[in-house]
Write a protein that binds this ligand. Structure first.
Ligand code: ADE
Length: 342
């Protein structure tokens, strides 16, 4: 999706994915942050284990890089079951899913990432699978069409999405559990950076970890990515030890500013301020001006800017705040429309 940015939560190169994987906590006890969510999940898992039943279908919703896939793997591990992972765009035809579903055993977990991108055909195919553990598979066409009813084992479905609003109500309603993952506060990210440093054998002090944490846009995947850049810089420019000064210098070179914004974030803010008088501006117009996919802006760029109050979403489009303009060192013309919620 879009071009590669160091601070997206998006997954990038496969080799980097491997490193991410080794840094992933594999149990709830290792998981840092999202306390409320983890506590609720712990109860649900223990209760399901006590009853000897599969866990209810679970929907995880939140920006990329916050741990939705990690949590799905943790659920599988804590339940002692297998997990089969795929994603919405990868499932094109009902037949693709048919094979996966019929191979699931009792209690297995089917994890589908980006479920807001499931085609409507697949979505409708999934309803009876989720509700009654059966699928209606149509064979042949026209006058010869036959519906074959295939029973399935009782599995658990975990869906992940960055856009809960894009899910159809019938799909959303079929999940028994619905958890939102929010951005992590800097204290939690600091602990994550220290934990990852331990696993990667990086010598880092708490202050330096705090700097990486505070520039990671509330996102563990970004924190781990920045940590590796900082490690490289320390190896080449210092004696391998990561101090606050090396961390700050390394992130500066990467174009990451004091609050964690990168070139694309700043370009977006600058465009709204300079070309659209601070807004409101529609997301399609912004995408065209910035030459970026609208999905990239909506999934990767906007959520954190909204979270820190640098932009607001109004019915007439996006508006930047005075704070954002100040951060950018730009002046916001007072055209009377900024900040008002239409
Ligand atoms: N690595 C990435 N996310 C993490 C988390 N929430 N807890 C511990 N380690 C992590």
């Amino acid at each position: 999706m879009g071009r590669e940015r160091i601070v997206t939560g998006d997954q990038v190169a496969p080799d980097e994915d491997l490193t991410q994987y080794s840094l992933r906590p594999s149990s709830l006890s290792e998981y840092i942050g999202q306390k409320e969510l983890c506590e609720k999940l712990e109860v649900v898992l223990e209760a399901a284990r006590g009853r000897g039943e599969p866990v209810e279908h679970l929907l995880l919703y939140g920006p990329p890089g916050l741990g939705k896939t990690t949590l799905a793997h943790i659920v599988a591990r804590e339940m002692g079951t297998k997990i089969i992972s795929t994603s919405g765009p990868a499932l094109q035809r009902a037949g693709d899913l048919m094979g996966i579903l019929t191979n699931l055993n009792e209690g297995d977990i089917l994890f589908i990432d980006e479920i807001h991108r499931l085609s409507s055909v697949i979505e409708e195919f999934i309803y009876p699978a989720m509700e009654d553990f059966k699928v209606d598979f149509v064979v042949d066409k026209g006058a010869f069409a036959k519906v074959i009813n295939v029973p399935l084992k009782r599995f658990s479905f975990i869906g992940a999405t960055t856009r809960a609003g894009m899910l159809s109500a019938p799909l959303r309603d079929r999940f028994g559990l619905y958890y939102h993952i929010d951005f992590y506060p800097p204290e939690d990210l600091e602990e994550i950076v220290l934990r990852s440093s331990g696993l990667l054998d990086i010598q880092i002090d708490r202050e330096a970890a705090g700097i990486v944490a505070s520039r990671s846009r509330g996102t563990p995947r970004i924190a781990n990515r920045l940590l590796r850049r900082v490690r490289d810089y320390a190896a080449v420019k210092a004696d391998g030890k990561v101090t606050a000064a090396t961390a700050a210098a390394a992130l500066e070179i990467e174009g990451i500013d004091s609050v964690g914004l990168d070139d694309l974030d700043r370009k977006l803010l600058e465009t709204i301020i300079k070309y659209y008088n601070g807004g409101p501006v529609g997301i399609d117009a912004l995408g065209a001006t910035l030459n970026e996919e609208v999905d990239t802006l909506v999934d990767m760029v906007e959520p954190f800017l909204l979270k820190i109050g640098f932009i607001q979403r109004t019915r007439r489009g996006r508006v930047v705040s005075q704070e954002a303009a100040k951060h950018m060192g730009l002046k916001l013309l007072d055209n009377g429309s900024q900040g008002k919620l239409f």
